[in-house]
Design a protein around this ligand. Structure first.
Ligand SMILES: Cc1cc2nc3c(=O)[nH]c(=O)nc-3n(C[C@H](O)[C@H](O)[C@H](O)COP(=O)(O)OP(=O)(O)OC[C@H]3O[C@@H](n4cnc5c(N)ncnc54)[C@H](O)[C@@H]3O)c2cc1C
Length: 564
């Protein structure tokens, strides 16, 4: 993290924003050390137990596992919840690049626990952007401090990826709306960690447009809030049940019911019929955090696998075997690539927020689906490799490594499945603006590479950039007549984008680590070898993926449905 932030120049670039020009190295170090200690001493020790015990519901009351609520109180007490937010409402106005580093540590230490504050972060973003002054003064301070938590209520049984199908209703009743309906899979929909839970619920008003344009967004507090900010009566909503899941067992995944007994009071956020727009604006931030979760779990699994490989002896310590080394290097190289790409994305988010402009917004909009999908797919692949390194012990729960694999598996599914992310990348971010944002990113990437001396990594990355350029041109051309080839290749295209983005960062790292002053530095020597590994083992995937897009698209849809 320190290498990315300081040597790769992330902090220097964030300081160019006037909002962060006084950000000191001492402050950054203090935050990284403090959040690392919090992760290590408070969150990590309750991770495994949380997985075994899971969240529970009894007589309608949801409880998180032992230690979760206490950890949350410490988190709020330590001021950790408010790092990147508006100082007007008690935030600390730190850049997202610093928040990204802290998020990685907390999610690494305890993914299930971290989801509560990730969702609250999304709620803060949403309210900051779309709330009225009154709504902000009533809810924002408490959400920013973490005293209250937030949730996102989109999904219904018939409306998952296709949110246009949702049917939850919002009936006008004077100064508010009565919300009626059920939502499923709501993360931290109920729990015992915060004083109040502010639900952000998508619902339809009467006689509204039948599709996505008829959907509006509502604040629905668990406990109603009086005009003076004090807590009032319980609102008419409840958690009906908790889902039993593959992973993130300690995170309560709730079936929520609104207005089935007592009325559930909701307040409109933004304009009627513009709920999906509001939700999707906020999602850049939430998706960045989910991308970080892919990296974070991968890092945790890597650390555990590395230690196991040093201790376990079969024909000598297994770390001596080339196949084990191949797996460790595959993990390490991609983790370092992801981390550097995530810092670049967080920086782009800081620029879009603090120096707003169409170009800055287009850049972050382009990067987000890639970061979300590439990093969460790698999270699953890397945690799977960690199990493989453990051999049979990897399959046994008491080793603890299986939890990371199970916890990582949800991230490619929620916050928009990775299939939906790749469609978003191709359709909305590349084709819609005729490749402008993508070509602008490619040009900047070429500049980064050509600024350095030509090393092996940068040459391989250069080839990757050529593939990405030509493929983007191909996508633009073919999609003028046919939609399917672009959609059939969307997943591979997104992967290529991620692999190239990682290559750019590792060639830059190579350039820095090659400086004569680092000749005897073990850390910088490891950077050089890791980047070279990425160049020889990961970047070559691009040409194969390109082939599947250009030559393999027909077979994707050719088999008649009844032949499956
Ligand atoms: C543990 C957990 C926590 C969750 N937390 C929340 C939460 O807090 N709030 C919330 O609102 N929701 C939450 N969700 C719901 C989650 O966001 C959805 O599950 C997800 O968006 C996918 O919707 P779905 O499950 O209906 O799958 P479907 O939409 O039925 O998708 C099934 C498959 O079809 C693919 N697919 C769908 N449409 C297309 C298309 N047009 N082109 C190509 N492929 C397509 C998908 O990629 C997927 O592979 C959570 C889910 C889980 C499991």
């Amino acid at each position: 993290m320190q290498f990315c932030l300081h040597e790769m120049g992330v902090v220097d670039r964030v300081r160019k924003l006037s909002a962060h020009k006084n950000l000191s190295d001492d402050l950054i170090d203090a935050i990284l050390e403090g959040s690392g200690l919090f992760a290590q001493e408070v969150l990590a020790p309750i991770n495994h137990l949380g997985d075994i015990k899971g969240a529970t519901i009894s007589d309608g009351v949801v409880s998180t596992p032992e230690g979760f609520a206490e950890a949350y109180q410490k988190f709020v007490g330590g001021g950790w919840a408010s790092l990147p937010f508006n100082p007007l409402y008690g935030g600390q106005n730190l850049p997202w690049v610093i928040a990204a580093a802290t998020q990685e540590m907390w999610i690494s230490a305890n993914t299930s626990w971290s989801l509560c504050q990730i969702l609250t972060t999304g709620a803060v973003e949403l309210l900051s952007e779309y709330g009225t002054d009154e709504q902000k003064s009533l809810y924002l301070g408490k959400l920013i401090s973490g005293s209250w938590s937030g949730t996102m209520n989109l999904t219904e049984p018939q409306a998952g990826s296709d949110l246009g199908k949702l049917s939850c209703r919002a009936i006008p009743a004077g100064d508010h709306y009565n919300i009626q309906g059920q939502k499923i899979y709501i993360t931290y929909g109920d729990h015992d960690m915060a004083e109040n839970i502010i639900h952000f619920v998508l619902a339809r008003t009467p006689n509204s447009n039948k599709g996505p344009k008829g959907i509006s967004l509502f604040i629905v507090p668990k406990v109603l809030v009086n005009p003076d900010g004090t807590l009032g009566a319980l609102n008419g909503l409840r958690c009906l049940s908790l889902e039993k899941k593959l992973g993130i067992n300690a995170s309560p995944t709730c079936v929520m019911s609104y207005g089935d007994k007592d009325r559930a009071v909701g307040y409109l956020v933004g304009e009627e019929g513009r709920g999906l727009n509001a939700m999707f604006t906020m999602m850049n931030n939430a998706r960045l955090n989910i991308g970080i979760s892919g990296l974070a779990i991968a890092e945790r699994a890597y650390q555990q696998a590395r230690e196991y490989a040093k201790e376990r002896c079969q024909f000598g310590p297994i770390i001596k075997h080339p196949d084990i080394r191949r797996m460790l290097m595959t993990m390490k190289a991609q983790i370092e690539a992801m981390r550097a790409v995530i810092f670049e994305a967080a920086l782009a988010l800081d620029y879009a927020k603090k120096s707003p402009g169409l170009e800055q917004q287009a850049r972050i909009d382009l990067l987000i689906p890639m970061v979300k999908a590439w990093c969460t797919d790698l999270g699953v692949e890397i945690t799977s490799l960690a199990i493989q390194i453990h051999g049979g012990a990897g399959f046994i729960e008491s080793t603890g490594i299986a939890q990371h694999f199970r916890d990582a598996r949800i991230a490619p599914i929620y916050e928009g499945t990775n299939g939906i992310q790749s469609i978003d990348l191709i359709s909305r971010k590349v084709l819609r603006d005729e490749g402008t944002a993508m070509f602008s990113w490619i040009n900047d990437a070429r500049r980064v590479i050509s600024n350095g001396s030509q090393n092996g990594v940068s040459k391989a990355t250069q080839q990757g950039l050529d593939h990405l350029t030509e493929l983007t041109e191909w996508m633009l051309e073919i999609s003028e007549s046919f939609a399917n080839p672009a959609l059939a290749g969307a997943n591979a295209y997104l992967r290529i984008f991620g692999v190239v983005a990682g290559g750019i960062q590792l060639s830059k790292a190579t350039e820095l680590a090659n400086k004569p002053k680092y000749k005897t530095s073990e850390f910088h020597n490891a950077k050089l070898i890791t980047a070279k590994f990425y160049s020889n083992h990961i970047l070559p995937q691009i040409s194969g993926l390109r082939q599947t897009i250009e030559y393999g698209h027909e077979e994707v849809m050719k088999l008649p449905e009844n032949s499956f």
